[in-house]
Design a protein. Structure first.
Length: 425
C-alpha cells in the first residue's frame, strides 16, 4: 500500500474531491486537459465550490515527497503513477445516446504511460460491460500490454452529490471491484484508506457498473411517478404537496417530490441502461417512460405559467418574465443538463421576454453552454416570476418589489409560502 502512487484523470465535480482525499494518504497527481482548470487549482481555487479555497490550499501546502497532491496537464507527470483513477464525464448526445468519447480519450491518455503491474480504476457512469469491452481494448492497443497479465482494471462508481456539504465523498459508502480477485482486494483496500463510510466489494466489474446505473434510474422513475401525480392532482384541484405530506405519514412511503430532473446523473444514467438493454433485444418500457415524463416537466411549468397569466388578463407576447435559477439544483453552480433552461426556451417560444437571475451560476459558463445572458439587476417590471431553483438567496427575495399588479408567481420547488404564489408543482 505504501508504494501506491495515484493519478486522478479528470478534475471536475467527481475527480477533484477524490484526488484531494487520496492526496492525504498517497502521492497523488490530479490530471486534466483543461489548462485553465489546472491553473485555477494550482492557485488554490475550485470554481465548482466542492472544495473550499482554504482546504485546497492546506492540502497543497502540506504536500511532500511521500504524499500530497499536485496538478498537471502534462502527460509526463503521470509516468510515476501506478494506480490510475478515471473520472471523466459520460454524457449523452442530442438523441440521448451514450457518448463514450471522453472515456476513450482518457483511456488513451493512461495507455500512453501504462506500465506492467499498474491498475486502472474507472469511476465514470457506464452501462455494464464498458470497462472491459470498451476501455480495456484501448488500454491494450495504446500501451502494447496484455490485460490481466501486464496490467489490471477496476470499477468503483462515483457517488458524488454536487453542492452537498454533508454527504461528501468520504462519507458515502463506495462500491469497488476488480478484474481479478487479488486486484479487487487491492482496489477495495486503497479506497478504504480514504472512504470513512466504508466500501462494498462487488463480485465483478459488471455488477458494480450495473449497480451504479440503476441507482439513478430508480430515482428517476420514482420522481417521474410523483411528477405524474402532480399533473393529475392539478386537474383535480388538489394540492400535490399536501397529498405527499399526508401519504408520508405511512412508515414505508418513499419521500419523493415533483420537480425538474436534470444534472449529470439522474437525467442521463437511465439512457445508458436503456441503450444496453436495446442492444440485447429488450425494450425498457418503464425506464424510458419515466424519462419522457420527467423531460416533459419544463414544458408543463411553462404552460401552467402562461395559463395563469391568461387568467389574470395578461398579454403573453412581449410580456416580461423573471426566471429565478438556471443551475440544475439549489445552492450549487453546476449547470450541466439543467432543465431550467427548457423552461426558458418554452417561454421564449410563447414570445415572452425572459430574464434569468442566478447568483450561483457562472455568467461566462452559461453563455458558452446555452448562449444565454444572465441578468444582474432586477427591476419592478415582471408579469410573471418562475422560481425554478430553490437557492437560499431566493427565499429572502422581496418578490413584491419585482412584480406588476397582475404578476403570476409560479413556484416549481414549492418552497415559498403557498398563499403568496399562484401555482406550484
Amino acid at each position: 500500500m505504501k508504494d501506491i502512487k495515484v493519478a486522478v484523470i479528470g478534475l471536475g465535480y467527481v475527480g477533484l474531491p477524490l484526488a484531494v482525499e487520496f492526496g492525504k494518504k498517497f502521492k497523488t497527481v490530479g490530471f486534466d486537459i483543461n489548462l485553465d482548470r489546472i491553473k485555477e487549482l494550482e492557485n488554490g481555487h475550485d470554481h465548482t465550490l466542492e472544495i473550499s479555497d482554504a482546504y485546497l490550499k492546506d492540502v497543497i501546502d502540506n504536500s511532500n515527497e511521500d504524499l500530497g497532491i499536485s496538478f498537471s496537464s502534462d502527460l509526463k507527470d503521470l509516468e510515476d503513477s501506478n494506480f490510475y483513477v478515471v473520472t471523466v464525464p459520460t454524457p449523452t448526445d442530442k438523441n440521448n445516446r451514450p457518448v463514450l468519447t471522453p472515456l476513450y480519450k482518457a483511456s488513451e491518455t493512461v495507455g500512453n504511460v501504462l506500465k506492467k503491474g499498474d491498475v486502472v480504476v474507472y469511476e465514470s457512469t457506464v452501462y455494464p460491460g464498458v470497462t472491459e469491452d470498451e476501455c480495456v481494448p484501448v488500454l491494450e492497443k495504446v500501451s502494447g500490454l496484455v490485460f490481466n497479465k501486464d496490467f489490471f482494471v477496476g470499477y468503483s462508481p462515483e457517488r458524488i452529490n454536487p453542492g452537498d456539504k454533508k454527504h461528501t465523498v468520504t462519507k458515502i459508502l463506495k462500491v469497488t471491484s476488480g478484474s481479478t480477485s487479488e486486484v479487487a482486494d487491492l482496489v477495495d483496500s486503497v479506497y478504504n484508506t480514504v472512504i470513512v463510510a466504508g466500501t462494498h466489494k462487488a463480485s465483478c466489474i459488471k455488477v458494480a457498473e450495473a449497480a451504479k446505473v440503476i441507482e439513478n434510474s430508480q430515482r428517476d422513475i420514482n420522481i417521474a411517478f410523483v411528477n405524474e401525480l402532480a399533473k393529475i392532482f392539478d386537474l383535480l384541484d388538489i394540492d400535490t404537496r399536501q397529498v405527499l405530506e399526508a401519504a408520508g405519514t405511512k412508515w414505508n412511503f418513499l419521500p419523493f417530490a415533483p420537480g425538474l430532473v436534470g444534472g449529470h446523473c439522474i437525467g442521463v444514467d437511465p439512457f445508458y441502461l436503456a441503450q444496453k438493454a436495446q442492444e440485447v433485444g429488450y425494450n425498457p418500457e418503464i425506464i424510458l417512460a419515466g424519462r419522457r415524463l420527467n423531460d416533459s416537466m419544463a414544458k408543463y411549468v411553462a404552460e401552467q405559467t402562461v395559463k395563469l397569466m391568461i387568467k389574470k388578463g395578461q398579454k403573453i407576447k412581449d410580456s416580461n418574465i423573471l426566471m429565478l435559477g438556471i443551475t440544475f439544483k439549489e445552492n450549487c453552480p453546476d449547470i450541466r443538463n439543467t432543465k431550467a433552461i427548457d423552461i426558458y426556451s418554452e417561454l421564449n417560444d410563447y414570445g415572452c421576454h425572459v430574464d434569468i437571475y442566478d447568483p450561483w451560476a457562472g455568467v461566462d459558463e452559461v453563455k458558452k453552454e446555452y448562449n444565454v445572458e444572465l441578468t444582474s439587476e432586477l427591476e419592478n417590471k415582471y408579469d410573471a416570476i418562475v422560481l425554478a431553483v430553490a437557492h437560499k438567496e431566493f427565499l429572502k427575495l422581496d418578490m413584491s418589489a419585482l412584480k406588476r399588479d397582475t404578476c403570476v408567481i409560479y413556484d416549481v420547488k414549492a418552497v415559498l409560502d403557498k398563499d403568496s404564489v399562484d401555482g406550484r408543482l
